[in-house]
Design a protein around this ligand. Structure first.
Ligand SMILES: Nc1nc2c(ncn2[C@@H]2O[C@H](COP(=O)(O)OP(=O)(O)O)[C@@H](O)[C@H]2O)c(=O)[nH]1
Ligand SMILES: [Mg+2]
Length: 256
């Protein structure tokens, strides 16, 4: 399968090379690092390690992912349409060598969206102690319970390492510019009736300092944004079952 990997990165100079180095070359079409206004050597290090480097100066996880997605659209316009888009963090917490596990359900024609679940990984002893902070565990649990309540789909994690069929991703019409990105994708996939699944993934303590769950202000901002996103979608009328958010959805209609 032709796969494009999008890695949003904000000051990940120390880890980005390792992330890129651990991606299994045979499964990757193109790796795109979106430098989100880093003030360190993230960009140079990503380039040396062979990635396509884009810049997004507006700070925000979603902005960076949207910039990556705009680039994938450009590729598609040139006839280089990927089958799958993978998102991965630049901090070396995820294990990029687990990409085959993440892609397997899509490859087998069983899923449109696959979330790499650190919670399932934990049950298999694959999460390093301290890699997921208590606030991240609680936040994920609450968010997933709410998704299940409102949209009936069971997730265990809002993990950043995820794969989605490209036509499905386009059809979701992703918009979030910051920390609502991951939950928005899961909510929209659930309510559109996409086939969602999870695979256990490993997780280790990041290289460098956490900017989100490792700081009080980051945790509060991200939690607030995630809860607000859930509330906003819960309060807006759902599209009719099977109807996706964007007109570009013809190729995903027949899979659900
Ligand atoms: N695009 C973007 N990415 C960010 C920003 N802050 C953190 N990140 C990235 O988001 C990912 C998660 O942040 P991280 O600091 O590891 O938070 P944690 O996983 O909660 O500890 C990492 O890959 C960071 O580089 C930001 O402002 N913009
Ligand atoms: Mg992290």
């Amino acid at each position: 399968m032709r796969t494009v990997i999008i890695i949003p990165a904000f000051n990940e100079a120390r880890s980005i090379g390792r992330v890129l180095g651990d991606l299994p070359a045979e499964q990757v079409g193109e790796v795109v690092v979106v430098n989100n206004a880093s003030t360190d050597e993230t960009e140079a290090n990503a380039r040396v390690a062979g990635a396509t480097v884009l810049r997004e100066d507006r700070q925000g996880y979603g902005y960076a992912c949207l910039r990556g997605l705009a680039y994938v659209r450009e590729l598609a316009a040139q006839g280089r349409t990927p089958e799958v888009v993978v998102f991965l963090d630049g901090d070396y917490s995820d294990h990029p060598d687990e990409l085959p596990t993440l892609l397997a359900p899509i490859e087998q024609g069983l899923a449109d969206l696959v979330i790499g679940s650190r919670i399932l990984g934990r049950r298999h002893g694959r999460v390093e102690p301290g890699a997921m902070l208590p606030q991240a565990l609680v936040g994920n649990r609450v968010a997933c319970a709410l998704i299940r309540l409102f949209w009936g789909v069971r997730f265990t994690d809002l993990g950043p390492f995820r794969a989605i069929r490209y036509p499905a991703l386009l059809a979701l019409g992703m918009e979030d510019r910051t920390w609502g990105w991951t939950v928005e994708m899961q909510i929209k996939a659930a309510r559109a009736g996409l086939r969602c699944t999870e695979v256990p993934v490993s997780y280790r303590r990041r290289i460098g300092v956490s900017k989100i769950t490792g700081t009080l202000s980051g945790t509060l901002k991200a939690s607030w944004k995630i809860l607000w996103t859930i509330a906003r979608f819960a309060l807006t009328p759902r599209p009719s079952p099977g109807v996706l958010e964007s007109p570009l959805d013809s190729s995903v209609r027949d899979v659900g």
